[in-house]
Design a protein around this ligand. Structure first.
Ligand code: ADP
Ligand code: MG
Length: 730
């Protein structure tokens, strides 16, 4: 029996519930496995506690002696929960997380066994990391990078399966100090925006001393039966199906969205949510998404650094927990053709240490100006640096969404809603050279009157916009479901930081020239609105008209990753990232190279899988069916029946033959194209060739013929689980 039918049979077989679930209040388990400051209070000396908490709150450095004390406290806590091993937990540029476990257990010089975990082990580890991507930064002779503790993200105990491991969030850098991960540049970008935003916010409120960007991601994902997935080598190896005919019923009835959650998936959700709560991930919502077998999970927003860690941790734990439910989670942006793909909306704002959300319209005219300042600076940042934002979400898998007739388009535009559009238009026309204090007071009042409308307006969202203002935050929707949010967050926070710095400079210059502060602010806001209003778009982002209109406005529309990544090698990008201390030139070059390499490797793997499936799965089955048909035709003819009685068979036979031929020939040409591409020295050119000469030239064609065969060939013989099974059987 083929794996396909075995999996289908197993599905209907009687099953025991995989986990025993006893409902508990979330508050009673929340952060159970996190070394929070409250736990630190219990397990650390006063001194050590103060040092840790000062480091978390104010970025103060922790010295060796204190680190030793913190390590002892951490170990005591972890051991009280049955932990025997620890690991530095980091986010290399492979897109997953990395761990290397060490036990507390060690042997002393005299041979006696003890448990030990000291400050050195807490602060720094040297994983032999020569096989992590480094874009040539780490020559092999200096293969060791090292991980360094990030005290701002609390340590946690990861407990899946039998083992429990103490995980210490770290950054990952080369021996020469360059970042090799997502977290190190993220922390730098967060620093940059903190400084720049505080400088601007203090025009309004001298009490503001720290600004923390916030992130609430919405993670979309698919869930399929593990047995069925295992019978699809493409799902296992590329995370998406490279073939598969559309089922009779897909998502056209739209009966899945917000529908009742299927029981097996529901059990899985309860299970992973419990693990997540213990890890302090504040999950809030779960629901069905638009496509069949597609779901979404979203937390309450947190500081960006913590939210990023929580997202990548959740992606990992969902994948692991699914196994015990015999399910497979698909985080890929486009696991199935013909139905919706998955994104990860990044809801983003900035919070002050005085408790104000800078992107929430204010309650008074004065706080409104504060809001407008940050609101308009963000729009200006997106306009000026839309190429850099686009590059931050580019990946082989996200290319299947962006610009591929799906949400959202590859053109970066901003949706603000009609009420705020009106506000911006008012400012643009009313703030003139002769603008005086009285005008300013009247304008402020007028704007303030419009604000309730803004709040109403933004409940009616435009779903097609890649970057939408949704009432009290921007929602960056173009981020891919498989991506580490850090990439998008590094770029977004850096471009806003830079824009705020420029804003401050321009306002200060006016003030020095004798303009009153609030008028100066209004004038620069007006200038920024004028300069960046081309990026504002309220219409249907998927329409062809928008593509044309965007082109007229000069907005970039780059549909493929290798070209989108060009934005990382411009002088503009270098200036932006170096001046904000986020990436050195060398780091930026390395990122660019790594992303290109990731891209082409992904496409290469898909091409190989296609060839492999075609030759080992599809063509053999087709030939078998051909023989059945041929034999049948011969039998009928031998029996003296007229040709008309086997005309249908002949027709099918010739079609099958044609498709086999096309698959085979295109497959062979694709291999040749790969050989040519592989010889291209320049990595950018090579990636472009992989996109153009391999993916675009062959993937759709080969798929077309395979999917036709799927529709022609005896269902009993077809060995790859079909879409209708993957999407609907559970
Ligand atoms: P939806 O977009 O699905 O209608 P919500 O608007 O309620 O849902 O929120 C979506 C996400 O936005 C949630 O994760 C929520 O925590 C997050 N969010 C809300 N306010 C902020 C904020 N100030 N900063 C960042 N994220 C936020
Ligand atoms: Mg949303």
């Amino acid at each position: 029996m083929s794996l396909r039918f075995e999996a289908i049979n197993n599905l209907t077989a009687e099953k025991e519930p995989v986990i025993k679930y006893s409902p508990v209040k979330v508050t009673s388990i929340f952060r159970e496995n996190v070394f929070t400051l409250e736990k630190a209070r219990m397990f650390l000396t006063d001194e050590a506690y103060k040092s840790l908490s000062a480091s978390i709150k104010g970025g103060k450095k922790i010295d060796r002696e204190m680190a030793n004390q913190i390590a002892i406290g951490l170990r005591t806590w972890a051991e009280s929960k049955g932990v025997t091993h620890y690991t530095h937990w980091f986010q290399p540029l492979t897109g997953t997380t990395a761990e290397k476990h060490d036990s507390f257990f060690t042997l002393k010089g005299d041979g006696s066994a003890i448990d030990q975990f000291d400050g050195d082990a807490l602060i720094q580890q040297e994983p032999d990391a020569s096989s992590f991507p480094s874009g040539g930064i780490r020559a092999t002779f200096e293969a060791r990078g090292y991980t360094a503790w990030d005290p701002t993200s609390p340590a946690f105990i990861y407990e899946v399966g039998l083992g429990k491991t103490l995980c210490i969030p770290t950054i990952f850098i080369s021996y020469t100090g360059e970042s090799l991960d997502y977290k190190a540049p993220l922390l730098k970008a967060l620093d940059a925006i903190d400084t720049a935003a505080v400088d601007v916010a203090r025009y309004f409120d001298r009490n503001i001393t720290k600004i923390t960007p916030t992130l609430g991601w919405e993670q979309e994902y698919f869930v399929v039966d593990e047995g069925l997935a295992n019978a699809r080598p493409d799902l296992i190896q590329c995370g998406r199906t490279v073939f598969g005919a559309s089922p009779a019923k897909g998502q056209q009835l739209e009966d899945h969205y917000f529908g009742s959650i299927p029981e097996r998936v529901y059990n899985f959700m309860l299970d992973f949510e419990t693990v997540a709560y213990k890890l302090g991930i504040p999950l809030k919502t779960r629901h069905n998404e638009v496509a069949p077998a597609q779901f979404e999970v979203a937390p309450i927003f947190e500081e960006v650094n913590i939210a990023v860690d929580h997202n990548i941790l959740l992606m990992d734990l969902m994948t692991r927990v699914a196994k015990r439910h015999k399910l497979k989670v698909l985080l890929h942006e486009k696991p199935f053709a013909g139905i919706n793909g998955s994104g990860k909306h990044n809801n983003w704002s900035m919070a002050t240490d005085t408790g104000i959300n800078l992107l929430a319209p204010g309650k008074t005219p004065k706080t409104n100006l504060l809001f407008l300042t940050f609101f308009v600076n963000t729009i200006k940042a997106v306009h000026t640096y839309s190429d850099i934002l686009r590059a931050s979400i580019a990946s082989a898998s996200n290319d299947h969404r962006l610009g591929a007739n799906e949400a959202p388009p590859a053109i970066i535009s901003v949706f603000v809603g009609s009420a705020l559009r009106q506000v911006l238009d008012d400012i643009e026309t009313r703030v003139t050279d002769k603008f005086d204090e009285q005008d300013e007071a009247i304008l402020k009042l007028d704007l303030h009157r419009g604000i309730p409308e803004v709040l109403l307006d933004n409940t009616d969202r435009n779903r097609t916009s890649p970057f939408a203002f949704t009432g009290n935050k921007f929602e960056f929707r173009a981020v891919g479901s498989l991506a580490n949010c850090a990439n998008a967050m590094v770029s977004l926070n850096t471009i806003v930081a830079q824009t705020l710095k420029d804003f401050k400079k321009e306002v200060d210059a006016l003030i020095e020239g004798g303009t009153k502060k609030e008028i100066a602010i209004m004038q620069i806001i007006q200038k920024y609105i004028k300069e960046s209003k081309d990026v504002l778009f309220e219409g249907d982002g998927y329409s062809d008209e928008w593509e044309k209109e965007a082109e007229k406005r000069g907005l970039p529309n780059v549909k493929t990753t290798p070209l989108a990544l060009d934005a990382l090698s411009t002088e503009k990008a270098k200036k932006l990232f170096t001046e904000n201390g986020v990436y050195s030139d060398r780091e930026l070059e390395a990122r660019h190279e790594i992303e290109l390499e990731n891209y082409l490797k992904k496409v290469q793997i898909e091409a190989r899988i296609m060839g492999d499936l075609a030759l080992n799965h599809i063509i053999p089955v087709a030939i078998k069916y051909q023989n059945t048909l041929a034999q049948n035709i011969k039998n009928l003819s031998d029996a003296g029946l007229p040709e008309s009685s086997y005309a249908a068979q002949k027709d099918i036979l010739s079609k099958v033959a044609k498709h086999i031929e096309e698959i085979y020939n295109n497959g062979a040409s694709m291999i040749k194209a790969r050989k040519v591409a592989n010889k291209i020295e320049d990595i950018r050119e090579r990636a472009i060739s992989y996109e153009k000469d391999i993916k675009a030239a062959y993937f759709e064609t080969i798929r077309y013929h395979v999917d036709k065969l799927e529709a022609l060939i005896d269902n009993e013989e077809w060995c790859l689980p079909k879409y209708r099974e993957l999407l609907f059987l559970r």
